[in-house]
Design a protein around this ligand. Sequence first.
Ligand code: PLP
Length: 411
Amino acid sequence: MPTNSLRPGTEVLTRGFDPSLSVGSARPAVFRSSTYVFSSPEAAERAFDIMAGRATPEPGEQIDLVYSRFNHPNAEILEDQIVPLEAGARAALVFNSGMAAIVTALFAFLRPGDTVVYTVPIYGGTQKLIENFLSAWGVAGIAAPAGQSEKIDDIIRTAKNVRMILVETPANPTVIMTDIARCAATARERSGERPIIAVDNTMLGPAFQHPLDLGADLVVYSATKYLSGFSDLIGGVVLAHDRELIQKIRSLRGLFGNILQPDECWMLDSRLPTVGLRMNRQSKNAQHIAERLARHPKVAKVLYPTLFDDAEQIRIRLKQCDFPGAMFSLDLRGGKKGAFEFLRNLKLARNAVSLGGVETLVCHPKTTTHSGFTEQQFAEAGITDGLVRISVGIEDWRDLLGDFEQALNAM
Ligand SMILES: *Cc1c(COP(=O)(O)O)cnc(C)c1O
């Protein structure tokens, strides 16, 4: 059967792994070897030529493995299996963290004198990378307010030397959505070399949001979150339709040495077939809970895609997101004191950063994940003293709602 007729839920379980290469084992073996024995000196020469880009592999050619900083069987299996989950992707790279994926993707394309436009709020590590680190290397960062389509268009049209546009949607912790297709269309109107559009799809991908189909060039993930799903490993992924983009990032990964290690690849590999199941359950749970908590007297506002009444946010959600996802934030009456009391009162949900795991996690962004912000950045990002961010897991939603309600009532 031609494999391109299969749907993602089937492909993720059937491609990329040949049991005969793992002595018939139904699950891949873990290959912890740091180096690989060449089948011949000629095969070694050929492998180095291909790795260095001096030669391109023939279709179906078996290329000898070299050394595990460049590549290893568990990374290859994982990369093959993750591709069908991302609509429009043809190639993937795995990294030892989400930040490693983002750093390597940015370094592959940005040079001194270039500008990177990025939506804010954005993941704290990404923001520090652009504002504190890349600026010292002569790369300018321009922050564009998430969800404000006209302002983002203006920046993309008028900024000089834009080499990359990095969109994170929905934004964390405000869950504001940015129109990916519109960013891509505006970027294509620029004269000269078209900027590369990268989307951090950690919050809604790969199940509910498909940036490559909307005109993005690169999708990046913190695989630590929904892809892995059990809060027990750190990893990252980059995917693209264009294999040349992936090749550029791949050679830098070999240099930086930030490929995902074999054991983590094996673990992540076993989580992929259930990512859609987990995210569906988590999103349904979150929607039930968010919509009910919106009526609670101690809650000033619930930030969640289906609860926004802004016309632009509704439009973006309907055209871009299959489901609203499992992250929401509560703006609590009672400021920081109220928020801390709420966290202390929780009995089932746990007070921790990170997100996307099967267990429900709650944190106070202003004093933790976003504590480096200035007051102005807090105001612009909409991060208030009373804001708590909730990542909903797969528990029974009625128990979680009960936990949140008792924590609110006891405030
Ligand atoms: C967690 C996260 C990252 C960073 O990923 P790590 O795996 O912690 O390095 C990047 N982007 C988003 C949206 C995240 O949530």
